[in-house]
Design a protein around this ligand. Structure first.
Ligand code: GLU
Length: 444
């Protein structure tokens, strides 16, 4: 087989959301595992809705996720190719002009619906009498591809053998009345021209694929292998729309999700692998297999992502976060990360945690006698992780306090908080001077 070459083909008409980010990711992981190429193709034939700002956001969001691409192109640059393909289809009799207005087509569809029939276009424009009449009215045509009305078959890498009778479909419109290309033909022309070996996309495209395979054949092009994975749905099974802002990559980033957690989540939901933290995109790529993708919709549940985000951070080595640790006035950032990472759900939580060690912390003195005894028993520095157990044992021996009665007042005095990172790790970071002051009730 030729070297794997896939593409992610977003339309720059909105922000990338969880669903299309997953399409990008699955293509990327497959290409990476196969040692193949991943192309980014901006599907901007819809000039009215495509914007440069959305295109830039696509680059930004994919980069944030950690994806890289071998080449990028946009369909607006390639219109000449689509015209060539169009004229070839016209010359070989595969397309025909159609004249119905949107309103007429709508009406036909309602009539069919009223008779409980599928909304299949009736090919009235192929009737020479209609054609003559509509042309005489001065109507400009749009152009449809004439489906073969036979069974199109392919072996889908996710769905297995698929068979679609194109008699159950409307002839797809390739070119609008104003001359603009719709999605179908440019996509096939590009996939053929760019030697795309695998088209990996959501199952909302399965029917398109049947028509597109006929177009590949009509153009004499090699048909790629297809993989259609089930779509993402929300927690309650609802469709994820491109405009659903809360599930955009942009909003996930603003919400403090780690790109690796988002990628791990998107790569694993709806598959037979467990949704667990991963160390790198390379690890995810190594595990990628179409056979693991299930047939049921994958549920995207923000709370699950949040849990995975926390677990991803808990497993994250210092090197991966070193540049993002807040200033610590000379305290070891590595020791700080080691102390706080089990207690954070977002990296931004480290800001509050940094204050616990650098101050100022306003202590809460719950048991003044205990705090005074503890202050008197503080050993001299240097301190390490053994300091806390030795010190608290000495405090327990002298005061008789134990369990919660010992630890809770000490935690409140040292951090001002009910809960937080392990004190045996925090204590050496806070340091003797601040510990002493806080035990005396001073803000330090
Ligand atoms: N621009 C199309 C979309 O976003 C691409 C579909 C495809 O992968 O062919 O749905």
């Amino acid at each position: 087989m030729s070297r794997v070459k896939v593409r992610f083909a977003p339309s720059p008409t909105g922000l990338l959301h969880a669903g299309n980010a997953r399409t990008a990711l699955l293509n990327w992981l497959f290409a990476r595992k196969a040692g193949g190429q991943f192309l980014l193709r901006i599907d901007d034939t819809d000039a009215a809705r495509s914007t440069k700002a959305f295109e830039d956001a696509i680059y930004r969001d994919l980069s944030w996720l950690g994806l890289t691409w071998d080449a990028t192109d946009r369909q607006a640059n390639r219109l000449i190719k689509y015209s060539t393909a169009f004229y070839r289809l016209q010359a070989s009799g595969h397309i025909y002009p159609a004249y119905e207005t949107e309103a007429e087509l709508d009406r036909q569809r309602s009539l069919l619906a009223a008779r409980k029939l599928p909304p299949i276009y009736n090919r009235a424009s192929l009737d020479p009498a209609n054609k003559q009449k509509w042309e005489a009215e001065g109507r400009a045509p749009h152009w449809r591809f004439k489906l073969s009305h036979s069974k199109v078959k392919w072996t889908d890498l996710v769905r297995g053998p698929v068979e679609i009778d194109t008699a159950t479909m409307s002839d797809p419109v390739l070119v609008r009345e104003d001359g603009a290309f719709l999605y179908t033909l440019p996509s096939v022309a590009d996939d053929a021209d760019m030697d795309i070996t695998h088209v990996v996309r959501g199952e909302d495209h399965v029917t398109n694929t049947a028509a597109q395979i006929e177009i590949f054949h009509a153009l004499g092009a090699t048909v790629p292998t297809f993989a259609h994975f089930p779509l993402l749905v929300g927690a309650g099974g609802e469709a994820l729309s491109k405009r659903l802002g809360s599930l955009s990559l942009d909003s996930m980033r603003d919400d403090g999700m780690e790109p690796l957690a988002v990628a791990s989540y998107l790569a694993k939901i709806g598959t037979s692998d467990p949704v667990e933290p991963r160390q790198s995109l390379g690890e995810l790529a190594g595990e990628f297999d179409f056979a693991k993708i299930g047939r049921a919709p994958a549920h995207f549940v923000p709370e699950e992502l949040e849990v995975l985000n926390a677990k991803t951070l808990h497993a994250m080595p210092f090197g991966a976060v070193a540049s993002k640790i807040p200033p610590l006035n000379g305290i070891s950032a590595e020791a700080f990360w080691d102390a706080v990472r089990p207690n954070i759900t977002r990296l931004s939580d480290t800001a509050g945690m940094a204050r616990l060690v650098t101050g100022p912390v306003t202590p809460v003195i719950e048991d003044a006698a205990l705090a005074a005894a503890a202050a008197a028993l503080l050993p001299p520095e240097p301190w390490d992780e053994t300091t806390w157990p030795l010190w608290t044992k000495a405090v327990a021996a002298q005061t008789g306090a134990k369990g919660r009665g010992l630890f809770h007042p000490l935690r409140l005095a040292l951090t001002g908080l009910e809960h937080g990172p392990e004190l045996k790790k925090l204590l050496p970071l806070i340091g003797r001077g601040r510990v002493l002051a806080r035990l005396k009730g001073e803000t330090a």
